[in-house]
Design a protein around this ligand. Structure first.
Ligand code: ADP
Length: 484
């Protein structure tokens, strides 16, 4: 079992109190590196989730809103607590997710950055008066908190994803009911421990419920007291939330699946492209929605690029994230492992060839460690091209012409992240404009940052997190014209 000063309470948190499941149910949390159960946490009931919504409602202030200064203090408090406890929060995160310790601790810093950004830019949410006076009135625009928000997060960034949502919700003055993924609830409990101890927020402003998605999701979708859901996860569940909230016309912020193209032209700096691809692709074990999923390499440089990738991949160490110098941890669970294996099998059976890594039959059983793998000769009918692999498999497909690769990049229902490597600035501008993706890195594989808006086009989602756009997600503009 995991021991941590931040996990002395292992329950939900409702209305300012640590709160167990009213029905007494629990579920196990595993360390994917060892297969051990590291904690038991409550699986909360429908009544518990209703209580959390009620608590949120009681913390909402409309007629005498929390001042910008008060909200800024909350954000700064969370930022400081995360920075102060980065090592321990990162250790908990590493143990339940599996990613290398340094990467896990880096994620805590990344999360703190969202609270910092919102605290520094909160002034943007202040009311302002229009300089023009249409209809003989003086017009003031207010940014009102939308109300109690349901925040539902996935397991791949246990602290990063909640930071994006919670920072903007608190900046807006919205209470929230938070549901972490059942694979990684402990990092969230640690965050609540920090908020409980170090940040002076009204009871009910932040509430934590854990347990079955069907139970929590039902209450959040059906309750008229929850006018907004912010969700990061699969497109499949995102679609279900659209349907389940349609009746009440709830506001949805959705960050869904990706199928990122990573395009390498023949004039690119191949070493830099290879370094960026390694950093991008193997982040979180390849289990992020911004990880390159289809690598399009110009045919003239395909062999050279493949060799560079193989040289880098062959030096990587796979193992328990708590061990020093490990580059790649385990996959999150058996289903995740099996999916990557299936994609590799399918590609090899249909004509792709192995450049680095192991054949499917040599992978072994009884563990979740998948070696970094590079294949080439990938075509559009293969599973690894059509679906998001969510694992350390690098599938290379060859191309010849710019228009052809823009079409290929867009040949997916998704539109989250994309990357283009070329030293021709005009070509880069054309390709970025042609790619229907909310994020397009030019000569960089870097992903989102607190300062910039991030989100999907097409079936990758609705809304933005980060940047000023993200800061406005949880407010509704209200115009107040004053006559004379
Ligand atoms: P992943 O494949 O990353 O686990 P999911 O979309 O299955 O993505 O899950 C993301 C988050 O959404 C998790 O917290 C999960 O428990 C939650 N979730 C899954 N199904 C529902 C649902 N029907 N309603 C609300 N939340 C859900």
């Amino acid at each position: 079992m995991i021991e941590s000063p931040l996990l002395d309470k292992l329950t939900g948190y409702i209305g300012g109190r640590w709160s167990d499941s009213s029905e007494g149910n629990t579920f196990d949390v595993y360390n994917p590196a060892t297969g051990e159960v590291i904690a038991k946490v409550p699986s909360m009931s429908e009544a518990d989730v209703v209580a959390a919504v009620e608590a949120g409602k009681s913390a909402l202030r409309l007629t005498s809103p929390y001042t910008l200064e008060t909200r800024r203090t909350w954000l700064e408090g969370i930022r400081d607590a995360l920075r102060e406890h980065k090592e321990e929060v990162g250790r908990i995160l590493c143990m339940e997710h599996g990613k290398p310790l340094k990467e896990a601790q880096g994620e805590v810093d990344y999360a703190a950055g969202f609270f910092d950004y919102c605290s520094r830019h909160i002034q943007a949410l202040d009311a302002h008066t229009l300089t023009e006076k249409p209809k003989d009135c003086t017009w003031t625009v207010h940014y009102r908190p939308i109300g109690v928000a349901g925040l539902i997060t996935p397991w791949n960034f246990p602290i990063g994803m909640i930071a994006k949502k919670l920072s903007a919700a608190l900046a807006a003055g919205c209470p929230s009911v938070i549901k972490p993924a059942s694979e990684t609830p402990l990092t969230m409990v640690a965050l609540f421990r920090l908020m409980d101890k170090y940040v002076d927020m009204p009871d009910g402003m932040v509430n934590l419920v854990m347990g079955k998605a069907s139970v929590v999701g039902k209450v959040l979708c059906e309750s008229p007291d929850v006018p907004m859901l912010s969700f990061t996860g699969s497109t499949e569940v995102g679609r279900k939330l659209v349907v389940d909230t349609a009746e009440q016309v709830k506001k949805l912020a959705l960050e869904l699946g990706g199928n990122a193209p990573f395009i390498v032209f023949d004039d690119a700096d191949l070493d830099s492209a290879a370094d960026n691809l390694i950093a991008n692709k193997f982040r979180g074990g390849g289990q992020t929605c911004v990880c390159a999923n289809r690598i399009f390499v110009h045919e003239k440089v395909a062999d050279a690029f493949g060799e560079k990738l193989a040289a880098r991949v062959n030096k990587m160490t796979v193992g328990n994230g708590l061990t020093e110098d490990v580059d790649l941890g385990p996959l999150i669970n058996q289903a995740g492992f099996d999916k990557v294996k299936r994609h590799l099998e399918d590609a090899l059976a249909n004509g792709a060839s192995l450049v680095a890594g192991k054949k499917p039959e040599d992978l072994g059983d009884g563990h979740l460690f998948f070696p970094p793998t590079v294949i080439t000769g990938v075509t559009r009918d293969m599973c690894c091209y059509r679906e998001e692999t969510f694992g350390p498999l690098v599938p290379m497909a060859l191309f010849r012409r710019e228009e052809e690769v823009i079409d290929a990049g867009n040949d997916t229902e998704f539109g989250l992240a994309s990357y283009v490597f070329t030293n021709d600035a005009e070509r880069a501008q054309r390709v970025a404009a042609g790619l229907r993706f909310g994020h397009c890195g030019w000569n960089t594989g870097t992903g989102p940052t607190p300062e910039a808006p991030f989100g999907g086009m097409k079936a990758s989602g609705i809304g933005r997190e980060g940047g000023l756009e993200g800061l406005f997600e949880f407010v509704e503009a209200q115009a107040v014209p004053r006559g004379f």
